[in-house]
Design a protein. Structure first.
Length: 364
């Protein structure tokens, strides 16, 4: 993959940003406010700081192992047998995340927009362009990210501008009214989704031109994505208030429904659906693509593209049985998923770095 597909540092920045926003822009405000109340936006800032720390961890790999991706590093550091166990575990993590992301979008459309459409049909409809993107390859859909990025930014600023008249400053008062232990505890849900999930992007390190710029690109990408999530959380609280934000499964969508200009410009909440759809598409594509690369490395296949169609059928079925309903998912994502994400996003990368450093010192 690395020799065939190459992307620029700028394209990697956009992919990091789109992946970070992904499913988080819809579900994160509710999970933060449910614990930290009106201080949910402060929790978002704390989570973003932790996310930057994780990026420094992930971007250490290109300096130690330039030109290598995560599965290759795992085999090099852990040996062939244990390395393949690590790769198999990461395949399950990436594939599960892809199934959850697909189900997120299906549930949202089913409950808010396409009420009469079967969930199965929505999944198929969304999965077809994902399959096409993954078959075309990393380089191709990275270029698509460049094209869609201005639309994402434009839709986000339109949403902010049109809801600004309905902002109530009292909704975030008193600032830091909750104790700091509660505020920090609330931030952990955002650390799990999406920051610990960013480890998936290390799978594509071998395809980035100028590996020495990886850390800078990663930092810029996560900063852009975090800024969007912080502003989204803040404005959701300012417009809806902490109580309504806490009660709604998709508070960002409810926030967008508040747009009303002179009884003429109304009901343009579909902009949120479009914004979320674009970012979610790239998160699903990257997660599914990473899972296929893990399988390619695991079984020494010549090309991951051979697996796209058969694995997409399994992904489709997995997404339907991943969880029973949206309320269950919110609880799962903010509690149980954090434990899984910590294993793959923190524990294993730290072990790989420590063992790799010890091996290099031993050799020297």
């Amino acid at each position: 993959m690395g020799k065939e597909e190459r992307i620029s540092s700028r394209q990697f920045v956009l992919l990091v940003m789109l992946f970070t926003v992904g499913s988080s822009i819809i579900i994160i405000p509710s999970s933060l406010v449910s614990t930290a109340s009106q201080d949910g936006w402060i929790s978002a800032i704390l989570a973003s700081i932790i996310g930057l720390g994780l990026v420094f961890l992930y971007s250490s790999f290109p300096k130690l192992y330039p030109g290598l991706d995560l599965p290759s590093i795992a085999e090099l550091v852990m040996g062939k047998f244990f390395g393949r166990i690590v790769v198999a575990l990461y395949f399950f993590f990436c594939f599960t995340l892809a199934a959850l992301v697909l189900r997120n979008f299906g549930d949202f459309l089913k409950t808010k927009i396409m009420l009469e459409t079967p969930l199965e049909a929505i999944h198929i409809m969304f999965l077809i362009p994902v399959i096409y993107a993954v078959k075309l390859g990393f380089e191709t859909y990275s270029r698509v990210a460049e094209i869609t990025f201005p639309f994402v930014v434009l839709m986000f600023f339109i949403l902010i501008a049109l809801t600004s008249p309905q902002v109530e400053i009292t909704n975030i008062q008193p600032i830091a009214g909750e104790d700091w232990k509660t505020i920090f505890g609330s931030s952990l849900s955002m650390v799990g989704v999406p920051f610990l999930e960013l480890v998936i992007l290390t799978t594509f390190y071998s395809s980035i031109n100028h590996p020495e710029k990886t850390r800078k690109s990663f930092i810029i990408g996560i900063t852009l994505g975090s800024t969007i999530l912080i502003i989204t959380t803040l404005f959701t609280i300012l417009v809806l208030g902490p109580e309504l934000t806490r009660l709604k499964v998709y508070p960002t969508y409810v926030w967008a429904k508040k747009i009303s200009i002179a009884d003429f410009l109304e009901r343009i909440e579909v902009t949120v659906a479009a914004l979320w759809g674009i970012t979610l598409f790239f998160k699903l594509v990257l997660s599914f693509h990473a899972a296929l690369i893990m399988l390619e490395k695991l079984f020494n296949l010549k090309d991951y593209r051979l697996l796209v169609i058969p694995m997409s059928f399994i992904l489709y079925i997995y997404s339907l049985i991943a969880y029973p309903n949206s309320a269950y998912f919110i609880d799962f994502a903010t509690k149980t998923w954090l434990a899984y994400a910590l294993l793959f996003g923190l524990v294993i990368p730290v072990l790989l770095l420590i063992i790799g450093q010890l091996k290099k010192r031993g050799q020297s």
